[in-house]
Design a protein around this ligand. Structure first.
Ligand code: HEM
Length: 491
């Protein structure tokens, strides 16, 4: 239309027509640029400040995970909400076209990518966001790893975590997991109530705390410590009490180190941190917070994942048969320690499908450290971002996105569709060890017992909360399971 108007004017008066044409072209250019930069992110209305209050209330009232799912389902895969008065974007799988110019623009490809994957991989989003006051209360503000947004310090401590959770640490894991699981199963009677049921989440936590201690801390944990840890996971201990407990465990560790005659070649995580403190690399507070986060990371995520898996297994008996057959074929009469755990393909698909279908961690929080553009939307430095990976795992890429089915992992799943541990520079630093631990605990447990939830209990019938992670509400009824010995021989 603009061109037609301009052409008719140009025909009448050449000079003024050319000026008008230029003017119109400028308007066209400016309008195009404005449209390209305009942020039309859907989300609740501001409504004179009522919108932010309502949106924040929803997060407080229903929990972060549930609120994110609500907003993504209502407004689409990129939503703007307010948390604590701050604008926050919630992303789930969001495709956009990334243009790659290869070899001096000779070849030109367009490929589908996802906004979530872009944020995960990019170094622009390695900080997290959370309430500063909240983090200060629990000792995580600028300390430890999980919520530490002091980037130079975070980079330094992450190297200690990475060293402990990969390489030789990973090799020792299977042996430690198998023996800890066996040891707790030997004492199952002590945890069984008069009706023959075991509080299975409590059992799994005891096993995983034991494993974490043996891998990362290595101090004698008597029943008193186990009791304290149990209270920690039930959120019955204040963060101050927890820090005091940790302080005292680290003191014990310092004593053990100073009394030992030889220096261990294979230093554990806590010893490495204590030496770093002795060399002025880290403060005592850094050491305490890092050890605390390392020791509770696995019991908080892994025990609950395993609990969900045991529930799902009983709801899918044909899967249990396939897994038990696989265990029997791969282990048979062999010593479990000689078995390559990479070969448990069915078990691995089952673990992946469980994390996809009913994840314990279904979102992660990031902050933009630089300006960026995603799918034409300008992301300003400082923007808070929640990646709703739980919802992203329910996309049509999977043959049965809303069902629990091993078919979803029959084909190799490209990493942009499945990220239960995140990926990129700020991903779960324990992802490899977590997979190994889950396999080792499940193989040991399932080769000895068939585990049955109390009659009528299923994953959808038990009460759960979804605030920072998805967890069952801890009442004796829903967590109780019977352990029925299985006739299977492994050595
Ligand atoms: C971070 C999942 C087990 C240590 C994370 C994140 C996720 C996650 C989604 C955030 C990643 C991101 O922002 O991109 C899980 C799941 C687990 C598990 C599903 C088990 C089923 C573990 C274990 C450890 C661990 C066993 C250590 C022993 C950590 C740490 C971080 C983290 C330290 C923070 C990393 C950082 O901020 O640099 N995990 N995790 N996790 N995970 Fe895990």
């Amino acid at each position: 239309l603009l061109t037609v108007m301009a052409t008719s004017i140009v025909d009448d008066t050449p000079v003024s027509g050319t000026l008008l044409l230029l003017l119109l072209l400028c308007i066209l250019l400016i309008t195009t640029l404005c449209l390209a930069n305009a942020s039309h992110i859907p989300g609740p209305f501001f409504w004179a400040g009522l919108g932010p209050i309502l949106s924040y209330s929803r997060f407080i009232w229903s929990g972060i995970g549930t609120a994110c799912n609500y907003y993504n389902k209502r407004y689409g895969s990129m939503v703007r909400v307010w948390i604590n008065g701050e604008e926050t974007l919630i992303l789930n799988q969001h495709y956009y076209f990334e243009t790659l110019f290869i070899t001096l623009l000779v070849s030109h490809f367009c490929c589908r990518s996802s906004a979530v994957y872009h944020v995960l991989k990019s170094a622009h989003y390695i900080a997290r966001f959370a309430s500063k006051q909240g983090l200060q209360c629990i000792g995580m503000d600028g300390r430890g790893i999980i919520f530490n947004s002091d980037i130079p310090l975070w980079k330094k401590v992450r190297t200690y975590f990475a060293k402990a959770l990969t390489g030789p640490g990973l090799q020792r894991t299977v042996g430690i997991c198998v023996s800890a699981t066996d040891r707790h199963l030997e004492r199952l009677q002590e945890m069984t109530d008069p009706t023959g049921h075991v509080d299975v989440l409590n059992l799994l936590r005891c096993i995983v705390v034991d494993i974490s201690n043996k891998l990362f801390l290595r101090v004698p944990l008597n029943g008193q410590w186990q009791g304290v840890f149990n209270q920690v996971f039930r959120r019955l201990v204040s963060s101050k009490e927890l820090q005091d407990v940790m302080e005292s465990l680290i003191e014990t560790k310092r004593r053990i180190i100073s009394e030992s005659e030889t220096l261990d070649d294979d230093l554990d995580f806590t010893s490495e941190l204590i030496f770093a403190q002795n060399h002025g690399e880290l403060s005592a507070d850094d050491v305490r917070q890092c050890v605390l986060e390392m020791v509770i990371a696995a019991p908080d995520t892994l025990s609950i994942s395993l609990f969900f898996m045991l529930m799902l297994l009983k709801q899918n008996p044909e899967m249990e048969i396939r897994i038990v057959e696989e265990i029997s074929t791969l282990i048979g009469e062999k010593d479990v320690m000689t078995v390559d755990f990479q070969n448990f393909r069915v078990l691995e698909s089952f673990i992946n499908e469980s994390m996809r279908f009913h994840p314990v961690v279904d979102f992660t929080m990031r902050k933009a450290l630089e300006d960026d553009v995603i799918d034409g939307t300008k992301i300003s430095k400082g923007t808070n971002i929640i990646l709703n990976i739980g919802l992203m795992h329910k996309t049509e890429f999977f043959p049965k996105p809303n069902e629990f089915s091993l078919e979803n992992f029959d084909k190799t799943v490209p990493s942009r569709f499945f990220q239960p541990f995140g990926c990129g520079p700020r991903s779960c630093v324990g992802k490899h060890i977590a997979m190994m631990m889950m396999k080792a605990v499940l193989v040991t447990l399932l080769s000895r017992y068939s585990v049955c939830p109390r009659h009528g209990n299923t994953l959808s019938s038990i009460r759960q909360t979804n605030n920072l992670s998805q967890q069952p509400v801890e009442d004796e009824q829903s967590l109780a399971m019977r352990f029925i010995p299985r006739q299977m021989t492994t050595t």
